[in-house]
Write a protein that binds this ligand. Structure first.
Ligand SMILES: [Fe+2]
Ligand SMILES: [Fe+2]
Length: 179
C-alpha cells in the first residue's frame, strides 16, 4: 500500500474543509430564511447537504485506509459584519464569500489530488478529483446567483419574496403568523 499516512492526513484536511463549509452555509441559510429569501435559503441548504455527503465520502476512504476521522473545522466561520449595531446583511458579499470558499477548495483539492497521486494512492487522487468537479459546479452556481443579483437587484429580491408567499410551507416551516 502507498503512503497511507499521507493520504489519511490529506483526507482529514478535506473533512475539516467540508465541515467548515457546511457550518458556513448553514449560517447563511438561517439569515436568508430570516429575511424571507427562500430561494437563496434553499440553495445554501442544498449545497450544505452536498458538502455533508463529501464528509461521508472522505470518511469512508479514511476508514478504509485504517485511519480515524478528525471532526474539526479548519478555520473560523465568517460572520456578518455589524454596522451601527445592526447585522450588515449584504447578499452580494455573502455570495462572494461562498464563491471564494469553493474556489479555495478547488485549489486545495487539486493539490491534494496531486499529492495523493505522487504518494501512489490513485483512489484518493480520484476522490479529490471528483470533489473538484462538484466544487467547481458550486462555485459556478454562486457566481450565477451573484450575476443575477447584479443584473436584477431589487427585482430579484422581490421575486424571492413573492415565491415565498406562494410556496410558504414547502420547506417544512409553518407560517405561524408572527406579523
Ligand atoms: Fe465539498
Ligand atoms: Fe462545495
Amino acid at each position: 500500500m502507498a503512503n497511507r499516512e499521507k493520504s489519511i492526513e490529506l483526507l482529514n484536511k478535506g473533512v475539516a474543509k467540508e465541515i467548515e463549509t457546511v457550518l458556513q452555509y448553514l449560517y447563511f441559510q438561517f439569515h436568508f430564511e430570516d429575511k424571507g429569501y427562500t430561494h437563496l435559503a434553499k440553495l445554501f441548504k442544498n449545497v450544505a447537504i452536498k458538502e455533508m455527503t463529501h464528509i461521508d465520502m472522505l470518511s469512508d476512504r479514511i476508514l478504509f485506509l485504517k485511519g480515524d476521522v478528525i471532526m474539526k473545522p479548519e478555520t473560523n466561520i465568517v460572520y456578518l459584519d455589524k454596522k451601527d449595531g445592526e447585522l450588515d446583511f449584504d447578499i452580494r458579499k455573502i455570495l462572494k464569500i461562498a464563491s471564494d470558499l469553493e474556489n479555495r477548495t478547488v485549489d486545495l483539492y487539486n493539490d491534494y489530488a496531486s499529492q495523493c497521486g505522487a504518494a501512489g494512492d490513485a483512489t484518493s487522487k480520484r476522490l479529490f478529483e471528483k470533489l473538484v468537479e462538484i466544487e467547481e459546479e458550486h462555485e459556478d452556481t454562486f457566481d450565477i446567483e451573484g450575476d443575477n443579483y447584479d443584473r436584477f437587484g431589487d427585482t430579484y429580491l422581490a421575486l424571492q419574496t413573492i415565491q415565498r408567499v406562494q410556496n410558504n410551507d414547502e420547506d417544512g416551516h409553518e407560517d405561524i403568523g408572527m406579523d
